[in-house]
Design a protein around this ligand. Structure first.
Ligand SMILES: NC(=O)c1ccc[n+]([C@@H]2O[C@H](COP(=O)([O-])OP(=O)(O)OC[C@H]3O[C@@H](n4cnc5c(N)ncnc54)[C@H](O)[C@@H]3O)[C@@H](O)[C@H]2O)c1
Ligand SMILES: Nc1nc(=O)c(N)c(NC[C@H](O)[C@H](O)[C@H](O)COP(=O)(O)O)[nH]1
Length: 218
C-alpha cells in the first residue's frame, strides 16, 4: 500500500552554538568531506526540500555534484511565489525536475512568472504552504523519501507539526553567536522541554573536526 507521506529526514550543518547561518546569512559550515557525505545522501532520496529564504540567500542548485548518482526532485516552499527568475533553481528547471509549492497568497503575476518555467506549481494552504497536504501529494507522485535542508523557519514547521522521522546534524567547529543569527530551529519554539520530540541518538561519525550525529524519532 502507498504510504500517505514520504519518510522525512531533516538535515543541517550547525555551529557549536547551534546556528545554521550568521546574522548576515553566511552559512559555510560544512567541510568538503561533509559535503561529499551530504551529496551521497542526496543520491539516496527522491526529493530535497528547502524554503524560499534559503533560495534567496544561498542560491543553491540542490544537485548531486561531489559524488556520482541521480539528482533528487527539488521542492521549494514559497508561499507567495517570490523566488527570483534569475535563481539557479529556476534557471536549471529545464534539466532538473522542480516543484514550487506555494499557497493561495500567490499573486497572478507571480504565478504567471513561475509558469514560464518548466516547473510544477502546487498550490496548497491559505497563508503558507500546507506541508501535510503537500507531503500527501508528493507521496502520490511516488516520492518516498525527502531530505529537508532547511532553513530554520522550515525546520520549525516540520518539528512543530511532528512530521519528520530522522535528523542528521553536522556540528561544525565554529562559534557564530548573535541574537539575530539563524538557529537550527526558528519560529516560536516550544515553551517546555517536555514538548520536544523524543530523539534517540543512532550514530556518531567523526569527519576530522566535524561531527555527524544521526537521530531517529522514538
Ligand atoms: N547550515 C545549514 O545547514 C543551512 C541549511 C539551510 C539554510 N541555511 C541558512 O538558513 C537561512 C535561511 O533560513 P530561514 O529560517 O530564514 O528561512 P527558510 O529557508 O526556512 O525559508 C522560510 C520561508 O519559506 C517559505 N514557506 C512557505 N511555506 C512555509 C511553511 N509552511 N513553513 C515554513 N516556511 C514556509 C516562507 O516564505 C518562509 O518565509 C539562510 O541564511 C541559509 O544560508 C543553513
Ligand atoms: N549541510 C549543509 N552544510 C552547510 O554548510 C550549508 N550551508 C548547508 N546549506 C543547506 C542549503 O540547502 C544549501 O543551500 C545547500 O547546501 C547548497 O546546495 P548546493 O551546494 O547549491 O547544491 N547545508
Amino acid at each position: 500500500m502507498e504510504k500517505s507521506k514520504p519518510y522525512v529526514i531533516l538535515s543541517a550543518a550547525i555551529s557549536i552554538d547551534g546556528k545554521i547561518a550568521t546574522r548576515t546569512g553566511n552559512s559555510n559550515l560544512s567541510s568538503s568531506e561533509d559535503f561529499v557525505r551530504l551529496h551521497k545522501l542526496r543520491t539516496k532520496v527522491d526529493g530535497i526540500l528547502i524554503g524560499k529564504n534559503t533560495v534567496m540567500k544561498d542560491n543553491p542548485l540542490l544537485t548531486v555534484r561531489y559524488t556520482k548518482g541521480k539528482n533528487p526532485i527539488r521542492i521549494i516552499l514559497d508561499s507567495k511565489g517570490e523566488i527570483s527568475t534569475k535563481s539557479k533553481i529556476l534557471q536549471t528547471s529545464n534539466k532538473i525536475p522542480t516543484i514550487i509549492a506555494t499557497s493561495k497568497q500567490i499573486t497572478k503575476t507571480n504565478l504567471q512568472k513561475l509558469n514560464k518555467f518548466p516547473v510544477e506549481v502546487i498550490i496548497t494552504g491559505e497563508k503558507s504552504v500546507n506541508i501535510k497536504s503537500l507531503l500527501k501529494k508528493l507521496a502520490e507522485k511516488k516520492i518516498r523519501t525527502i531530505l529537508v535542508e532547511g532553513g530554520g523557519i522550515v525546520n520549525w514547521e516540520f518539528v512543530k507539526q511532528n512530521i519528520f522521522d530522522e535528523l542528521i546534524i553536522t556540528i561544525s567547529p565554529f562559534l557564530v553567536g548573535g541574537k539575530n543569527a539563524i538557529s537550527l530551529i526558528q519560529g516560536d519554539g516550544f515553551d517546555k522541554i517536555s514538548k520536544s520530540p523524543n530523539l534517540q541518538l543512532k550514530s556518531i561519525k567523526r569527519l576530522k573536526n566535524h561531527l555527524v550525529l544521526n537521530y531517529r524519532k522514538v
